[in-house]
Design a protein around this ligand. Structure first.
Ligand SMILES: Nc1nc2c(c(=O)[nH]1)N[C@H]1C(S)=C(S)[C@@H](COP(=O)(O)OP(=O)(O)OC[C@H]3O[C@@H](n4cnc5c(=O)[nH]c(N)nc54)[C@H](O)[C@@H]3O)O[C@H]1N2
Ligand SMILES: Nc1nc2c(c(=O)[nH]1)N[C@H]1C(S)=C(S)[C@@H](COP(=O)(O)OP(=O)(O)OC[C@H]3O[C@@H](n4cnc5c(=O)[nH]c(N)nc54)[C@H](O)[C@@H]3O)O[C@H]1N2
Ligand code: SF4
Ligand SMILES: [Mo]
Length: 729
């Protein structure tokens, strides 16, 4: 047996934990995995770091790895046939060209991947879209995630990323944790919050549920879902009217304070208490504590961004930090803690409709010229492209065929599981002329694919991920890929070459070097520096060893806006789009659980994680609601919204308020996105996943219901092509 040790970065959340793999190279098998020292994780990992790599063994529990390219040679309705790479690449290139010739470049949409592939493949994906296809219609899951944080932060403080680093959290004196359940979503970040508490920090948690994170807190603001802006405006009211604001900071570093002040004057705690279902005294305590330190940190997540008013809340949070002078020093500032392992990186690479790599605007003629010259093309498209949440609008709801999306290249995302209002999404995918999926697993979206391009997975290729706190870290090949599959970046090169724009790179480092030379903020972050330091946080401008990167942003109150001045902004609160009513009396909110991850192709195929939890998931309900409906813990119930219905298990818990129910979006049978609403924030176009109206029905015949669940589960597995019984038990 030849044993090899390889260190790599975890492929799940943005905490960026470092893992050491021991493999038997002869047998091409992983023998052992354990966390090792890293900048963000010390030497710790959560259960997904320890057990979340088993999908590499392809045990075929929920779905299976794709091992060969597949195409529907005779068009929609014909079967998927396994083919060689030459034929698959030719098929995709010809079909994309056909759509481009007939309907123009903007009739093609691309979704890239914040998961396994890494920064280099994403850089090439946006280059392919812009330079070869000629459109800015390229986006990724940040849209349905932290896009509101990017938009709201850039409008106020000029930079969309976390201003501080994960390790700095533990030296904060006050942590205001809003709409963020770190204990389930980023356990390694939660550990820093616990450490801060141990060191004496005061922890405030604003969440309508009792969570493992709220249990860390000293003060739990158990607000009504959807009332964040009422709360944050009210906190600003208290800070201003009690003379707790940092007037010197405001004068020296900000603008538009008066407009901000005028809006928040409508939000006295006594008036907001009943709206947000909070004790006015608790709002005052939160405001006083937050304003009482120069090491106050705000951490937020999806409970802020996944609302139709998400951008406004982000602006108000950045304004709270400016109001109290909480920027520009260690252990202070704002933390939109990015979700996926490489969602920060996929944004960094310009996989967004409005920016090139390094956040350089596509609307800026100088930037277009720079990239056009570097990429050897005459010109690049100048108008910002389409956001991926608007694809249904441009397919199902678009009357004019000339304005429709006719081709969709989906690379490492599963919209048919993770986008809102799945019935509408399925109709959208079915109506698009040509759909390409590039993935490692068969998923719900591949069923709609006209061509499937199989890629190597994390663990089977090299590259760089960006952790939530702007840290570039290497990922490394651990085992050899099995099957006729290729690295994502190689697949994009083949397609590009077939479409008349030859792309050739020796390895991921060659791609990385091209990218950093075009992106001033990243120029200093060479592979060599990452190797030496372990992690390089951007901005890092200079390749020299003296530039080690940047731990925190906005040093000395100098913001990332063009003139360095921060802008105060907020808005008036309004309720979510679809509120509870007599027909649908419950509010449905959709969240995460610790052991499973996003669309679950990966954790659903890890034996230990599958054994912890399986279909059809759970719906959290208050004991009072359970009594009223006559259902018990563990019963299957039907959850219904205007858009669909699903079956899931009732989890009776004191942790949720009466009238509010919660599902996690990990389940394929109990798929909550059958129910969610596709209402979007007008600026960030992020869906309101956290709030819609629903009703719950008791199911009298539980035996029938279990049979139904089993039938759907088995049908789904058959559609994925997995055998009746898992291959490896
Ligand atoms: N109801 C509800 N829905 C939600 C949310 C919610 O809170 N509620 N949250 C939303 C959020 S924040 C997000 S980020 C999205 C996530 O939604 P998705 O991005 O759709 O989910 P993932 O499971 O991350 O799916 C990624 C896909 O990438 C594939 N993949 C993994 N590694 C590789 C690789 O190396 N190469 C290739 N080619 N493919 C790979 C996986 O097999 C999988 O099919 O879900 C959103 N959906
Ligand atoms: N185990 C696991 N970890 C993950 C993921 C996963 O799927 N599984 N996904 C990753 C991804 S893509 C992301 S983006 C992150 C997201 O991580 P989080 O932001 O923690 O995600 P959620 O659990 O969706 O939402 C956070 C909290 O918001 C609360 N909330 C709901 N409505 C409101 C409201 O009106 N106001 C306030 N203040 N709070 C509200 C919910 O009760 C929930 O506890 O997690 C990442 N980590
Ligand atoms: S905290 Fe996130 S990065 Fe760390 S081991 Fe868990 S899933 Fe992986
Ligand atoms: Mo996310």
């Amino acid at each position: 047996m030849t044993i090899k040790e390889v260190q790599t970065t975890c492929c799940y959340c943005g905490s960026g934990c470092q893992l050491l793999f021991k493999t038997d190279t002869k047998a091409n098998k992983i023998l052992e995995v354990h966390p090792v020292q890293g900048r963000t994780n010390d030497d710790k990992a959560c259960l997904k770091g320890w057990y979340g790599w088993d999908f590499l063994n392809d045990p075929q529990i929920l779905t299976r790895r794709i091992r060969r390219p597949m195409i529907r040679r005779n068009g929609k309705g014909s079967p998927l046939e396994a083919v060689g790479w030459d034929e698959a690449v030719k098929f995709v290139a010809e079909n994309l060209q056909k759509v481009k010739d007939k309907w123009g470049p903007d009739s093609i949409m691309g979704a890239a991947s914040a998961r396994g592939p890494g920064n280099e493949s994403n850089y090439l994906m946006q280059k392919f879209f812009r330079a070869v296809l000629g459109t800015n219609n390229i986006d990724h899951c940040a849209r349905i995630c932290h896009a509101a944080s990017v938009a709201g932060s850039r409008a106020t403080i000029g930079e969309g990323a976390m201003s501080l680093s994960i390790p700095e959290i533990e030296d904060a004196e006050v942590i205001f944790n809003i709409g963020y359940n770190a204990a389930a979503s980023h356990p390694i970040v939660a550990r820093r919050i616990v450490r801060a508490k141990e060191k004496g920090a005061y922890i405030i948690v604003a969440d309508p549920r009792v969570t493992e994170t709220s249990r860390i807190g000293h003060l739990h603001l158990q607000l009504k879902g959807g009332t964040n802006l009422a709360l944050t405006n009210s906190m600003a009211y208290v800070i201003i009217n009690e003379g707790l604001s940092d007037t010197e900071f405001i004068k020296a570093h900000t603008r538009d304070f008066d407009e901000f002040k005028a809006i928040v004057q409508d939000y006295p705690p006594e008036k907001i208490g009943p709206i947000a279902e909070l004790d006015p005294e608790d709002i005052k305590t939160a405001a006083r504590k937050y304003a009482g330190s120069k090491h106050s940190v705000i951490l937020w997540g999806m409970g802020v961004t996944q609302f139709s008013q998400g951008v406004d809340v982000v602006k108000s949070l950045c304004s709270l930090a400016m109001l109290t002078g909480n920027f520009g020093r260690p252990s202070t500032g704002t933390g939109p803690v990015r979700g996926q392992n490489n969602v920060q990186g996929t944004c960094d690479m310009g996989v967004l409709p409005d920016v090139f790599p390094g956040y350089q605007s596509v609307a800026d003629p100088q930037m277009r010229e720079k990239f056009a010259r570097a990429w050897g093309v005459k010109s690049l498209p100048d108008s910002p492209g389409l956001q991926l949440t608007r694809v249904p609008e441009r397919v199902v709801h678009e009357k004019d065929p000339a304005k429709r999306i006719h081709a969709y290249y989906i690379f490492g995302e599963d919209p048919a599981q993770s986008d809102p209002d799945l019935a509408e999404l399925r109709e959208t995918l079915a109506r698009i002329d040509f759909v390409v999926c590039q993935d490692i697993f068969m998923n719900k979206t591949t069923q709609f694919a006209d061509a499937i391009l199989p890629a190597t997975s994390w663990g089977e290729h090299d590259g760089v991920y960006t952790s939530s706190d702007r840290g570039f870290q290497r990922i490394r090949k651990v085992i050899e890929p099995v099957g006729d599959i290729k690295d994502d970046w190689e697949i994009i090169c083949l397609l590009s070459t077939a479409m008349g724009y030859p792309m050739k790179y020796k390895n991921t480092e060659a791609i990385w070097n091209e990218m950093i030379d075009l992106s001033p903020k990243f120029t200093g972050a060479t592979y060599e520096k990452m190797e030496r330091q372990g992690s390089v946080q951007w901005p890092c401008y200079d390749k020299g060893a003296h530039d080690r990167g940047t731990m925190y942003l906005h040093q000395g109150g100098h913001f990332a806006t063009p003139d360095g001045i921060g802008l105060f902004k907020t808005a008036h609160y309004h309720p979510p789009a679809e509120v509870e009513n007599s027909e649908f009396p419950f509010t449905l909110c959709t969240v995460r659980e610790v052991g499973h991850y996003s669309a679950r192709t990966m954790t659903g195929n890890c034996r230990t994680l599958r054994n912890l939890e399986d279909e059809p998931g759970w719906v959290e309900m208050s004991p009072r609601d359970c009594r009223t409906l006559g259902v018990s813990d563990g019963d299957l119930v039907k959850i219904i919204s205007k858009r669909g219905a699903v079956i899931s298990r009732c989890k009776m818990t004191e942790r949720v308020k009466t009238g509010a129910v919660y599902m996690t979006y990990q389940w394929w049978v109990g798929a909550c996105n059958e129910l969610t609403i596709s209402c979007l924030d007008p600026t960030s176009r992020t869906p309101e996943y956290k709030y819609c109206a629903a009703k719950i029905e008791k199911i009298d015949d539980q035996k029938w219901a279990w049979h139904e669940v089993d039938t759907v589960y088995s049908r789904l597995r058959t559609e994925m092509g997995v055998p009746e019984k898992a291959v490896i038990q």
